[in-house]
Design a protein around this ligand. Sequence first.
Ligand code: GLU
Length: 621
Amino acid sequence: MIRRPPPYAPSGVALAFVLALVIAAPSWGDRPQETPGVPPGTQLPGTAQAPADAGPPSWTGKAFREGVVAVSHPLAAEAGARILENGGNAIDAAAAVQFALNVVEPQFSGIGGGGFMMIHLAKTNETFAVESREKAPAAATPDMFVATGSDFTGASTSGISVGLPGTLLGVATALRNWGTISLGQALAPAITLAEQGFAINRFLAADSASFRTTLQPETHALFRRPDGTPLQEGDLLVQPDLARTFRLIAAQGPDVFYRGEISHAIVAAQQRTQIGPTGVGRMTLADLDQYNVKIRQPITGDYRGFTLASMSPPSSGALTIIQMLKMLERFPLGDATQGFGFGGTRTLHVMIEAMRLAFADRAVWMGDEDFVHVPKIGLLAKPYVDSRAAKISLASRMATPAAGNPLPFDAARGPRRLMLAAALTEHPGHTTHFAIVDKWGNIVSYTTTIEQGWGTGIMVPGYGFLLNNELTDFNFVPNVATGNPGANDVAPFKRPRSSMSPSILLRNGTPIAAYGSPGGATIINSVLNITLDLIDHGMTIQQAIDAPRISVTSAGGFVSREAGFSDAAIAGLQALGHSVGSPAPIGSVQAVVIDLQTGKQYGGADSRREGTVIGLPRPRN
Ligand code: GLU
């Protein structure tokens, strides 16, 4: 039974300038004293105010009024929709969706991982992120991956890459502060799915063929058929260990995970190694006991009268996306008569060049700002962004750009440490994004992960959940050794740099859309593509999700692209000097759109996975 809620969080003191409120695991028993949040419309220098007369966009489709849930799996979407139907709010529904995803998409996210839950509270117009990114353990060292021989596959399937998991504490923190149901109520749909089982979809079936399901006996036993072959679409997957774990958490709260019996099992499991002693995890019970969630202020930037709020460090998402948007604003991307327009060679060319410039900066300047100074003001300052964008020529591809120096433009910041990091080799991964709006207008935009598909492949024996390999998002080779102070080098209790970019788009200070994607560093570009499709190309949210995407994640500039762009456009890019790959899918975007003037709500979901929109009230047959 779900308690009937107030439309948003319990009352608290709205803080005007709380940048990061630490909610520490050891103080679990106490509710935080304050309601963290950020002033709406907080802007960094170089951004312009949206015009007040801007009308509502028409990013429509089928309209709803009492809430929309957009998730990459129908059973998880159903779990969230039922919470809304029973009077829960968007935060309640998000909690239920996350736990259900742990069951039906165990390869993508779960309590063994971390994530960023962007929340918008309708009543106070606050937008903030519950940040539950994994952290390095106390014994982590900058050279710990060098000691593995920089063996990515070996390290990423061994305990050495397991970060302190944050998802459970993140969800529990969001529920306790802004939700209206108990942790047990949020876990209930997931417990049912895990106990009764469900018919797996084609994506889980395909992913079960990964070698990562073969490395550990518990993972092999659950995610392979008895004869060792991969699961097949339609197979019934029952997860009694995970159900028991969820029941334990429902009964005892997150304490049982961070300092109770589950913590002992996690610490033991991350001793597993595929590469000998250098692969053994360094996490201790004391590390898990001190894990903390943070409330982060999103970074915002304006683009053609809209404002994008996205994820701040330890994510590189917002800074990179907004820098690209500010570089692209000078080009008439929507105007086909000038050689631009959707899919036009010029449009794709300037997008690629902006990506190359922004990713050069990302590689050097971005990391966990609790440990390094990230020059957020400088990176988005108009004179700095203008100087970068001036390198873009319509006539040809630029030579490989180096990172710029935003520090002279960053004077608004206090004392800073001059830290540079060299580029990290990117690798693909798997994660998931979902978006929810409730009937009061509260919004959740949540990207959640265990890093690669199946994480390390290490399942906690007897507890049924997989451990992440998030620490592989750190630099494998410390950049300090090459003369560059490493923004993303490993350090004790540091969070690895992320690309996850749960985003909320606003107009005149009010949210009108929420979206994000999985896909490692390509996440940043998927969010850029969607933003341009909506604003410059006038697409509906579903058209934007369906449209082909383009992505470059390094200054060197190899171009990844999806099928659907014209041969002429690709040939045009090649003539300009770009190296363009064969078509392959990029990301999986789930989104909601809100028209506050009419009260109508819309959803969009991605067929690149089993994306599902459930709108309320449900249509009657
Ligand atoms: N570990 C990745 C990140 O935080 C997410 C995984 C993915 O989507 O590839 O950026």
